[in-house]
Design a protein. Sequence first.
Length: 119
Amino acid sequence: VQLVESGGGLVQPGESLRLSCAASGFTFSSYDMSWYRQAPGKERELVAALTSAGSSTKYADSVKGRFTISRDNAKNTVYLQMNSLKADDTAVYYCNVVVAVLSKLYKYWGQGTQVTVSS
């Protein structure tokens, strides 16, 4: 399993970014996908999650109405559209999948992409 995030960067408050996570090594279309983030000195937290078919989503209260998670199963890619960014959104953002192998669950992470929101 490999997850490769991209799209992070330095933006000003109020601007937008779109993160991408390219997945390989598993049947992407069969698995729910998630984005997490971890700010300095804080625990990693769930930002958004999306079911395998893209029919259901879940968001952290802090990003509801500003962030949108989506996926393209033909491209094995999950996206996180982030609008109206705030300084509090500054963090390393990670793509995540939990894959079942022989009745055991394995959690996989990408390397992360840094998002910095600063004026």
